[in-house]
Design a protein around this ligand. Structure first.
Ligand SMILES: *Cc1c(COP(=O)(O)O)cnc(C)c1O
Length: 418
């Protein structure tokens, strides 16, 4: 399986069924981009779409475009386009707001439902190693409840069962960990959470468009995810929130804005939620940004998550294998699991000077990122990443380590976003 020459990488690209999709992205030719897990590359169609939205829909259509350009329906229409990627049904998700806001909405709704069923259920279980933002949102929700709710953190997935007590309302779990790239068994954990009487809310930030997800298949109770990572929706593009049909009537979210009203323009002083997923909308959406999300989704329509997963595993396997073969004399440690079932679409590599090494790589056009402590993250986006990119990235890493170019003082200067 080991690859010995760059030509072998090129041969794999020549045989890759997804290779033609790369042309649909506006990639800079002198960059090897391994950070699609943080911000995806623009689809080539996005620049033109932005032009149409700004000049024609906004400029000429003006206020009429809420109807004529379908702006008002966009949150649901995009949700339905995204649905097949995550095993969701029609009208079960909306593209709207940020992950943070959506998590607040869906966690609140799940807690309220559980409190109605059984007031003893008041605890949110989550992982301490989760992306801290999601814990911050849970902390805010707990603080606002004046002691009614509580957050219980676990340090290892093996502790989940014990943490799910008769007082537990919700388990909030991110499917693929942002730092390590570890992927949970969503089906098994959802089953366990349900056995213990809790609801399962999944975070899909590093899953949507990266790995196959089957929300309805596993019977999850809610999910959130973003569109600017593997879905290539653009910086700060709206996120999504999913609630299965069976919960939609019973999930009441607290940000009861007019977009979530059953008749937003009836101007009734009384809030009455939409019957369906529309109740998870809040206020007016950033249409210019949201419109571009569709360009990313349109690329996914030309393939499927099985093909994407096959290539993702081929790329991450190759990266791990080459890092170990080429860089074994250096203090590198692959943090991401070898087992396919436990690996998302990124490889995290720890190095005592990970920050500096990553800056040196970026200076050479190999773009990944860094997360404290020590971890260099390399994300693999099968729609546009080639096997030869993996080869060249590892050769560059080897060169940076051999020549110790990372020791240059400029690489130790911390930028505000790492
Ligand atoms: C990227 C990411 C977020 C981002 O949340 P925003 O509200 O979009 O800033 C949240 N949670 C996880 C797990 C993430 O990976």
């Amino acid at each position: 399986m080991t690859m010995n020459t760059r030509d072998e990488a090129l041969a794999r690209d020549a045989a890759d069924p997804l290779a033609p999709l790369r042309a649909q992205f506006a990639l800079s030719p002198d960059t090897i981009y391994l950070d699609g897990n943080s911000l995806g590359v623009p689809p080539a169609a996005a620049a033109q779409r932005a032009q149409v939205v700004i000049a024609a829909e906004w400029g000429e259509g003006l206020i009429r475009s809420w109807n004529t350009a379908g702006w008002f329906a966009l949150a649901k229409r995009l949700g339905n386009k995204l649905a097949p990627l995550i095993g969701a049904a029609h009208n079960e998700l909306v593209v709207t707001d940020s992950i943070s806001v959506n998590l607040f909405k869906v966690l609140s709704a799940a807690l309220r439902l559980q409190q109605r069923r059984d007031p003893k259920r008041r605890v949110i279980v989550a992982e301490r190693g989760d992306f801290p933002n999601d814990l911050y949102i849970a902390q805010g929700l707990v603080a606002q409840s004046n002691g009614a709710y509580e957050l219980r953190l676990i340090d290892d997935p093996a502790e989940l069962s014990a943490a799910l007590q008769p007082d537990t309302a919700v388990a909030m779990i991110t499917h693929v960990n942002y730092r390590s790239g570890y992927m949970h068994d969503m089906a098994a954990l959802t089953q366990l959470i349900h056995q213990k009487g809790a609801l399962a809310i999944w975070g899909l930030a590093h899953s949507a468009g990266a790995v196959p997800v089957d929300l309805n298949g596993v019977g999850a109770d809610g999910a959130v995810g973003c569109t600017y990572k593997y879905l290539n929706g653009g910086p700060g593009a709206p996120a999504f929130v999913w609630v299965p049909h069976r919960h939609q009537g019973a999930f009441e979210q607290p940000l009861s804005g007019w977009w979530g009203h059953r008749a937003p323009l009836a101007m009734s002083p009384l809030f009455e939620p939409d019957d369906g997923i529309g109740r998870f909308l809040c206020g007016t959406q950033p249409i210019v940004s949201m419109a571009l999300v569709e360009c990313g989704l349109d690329v996914f329509l030309q393939t499927d998550m099985r093909a994407i997963r096959d290539k993702s595993l081929a790329l991450t396997d190759l990266f791990i294998e080459l890092v170990e073969a080429r860089c074994d004399e250096f203090p590198l440690r692959v943090v991401t699991p070898r087992e396919h079932a436990q690996r998302g679409s990124q490889v995290s590599v720890a190095h005592p000077h990970g920050y500096e090494v990553m800056q040196a790589l970026i200076a050479r056009g190999v773009i990944g990122d860094y997360r404290e402590p020590q971890v260099m993250r390399f994300g693999f986006t099968p729609l546009y990443t080639r096997h030869v990119d993996v080869w060249d990235a590892v050769e560059t890493l080897h060169d940076v380590l051999v020549k110790e170019t990372w020791r240059a003082p400029e690489f130790a200067i911390r930028a505000s976003v790492t």
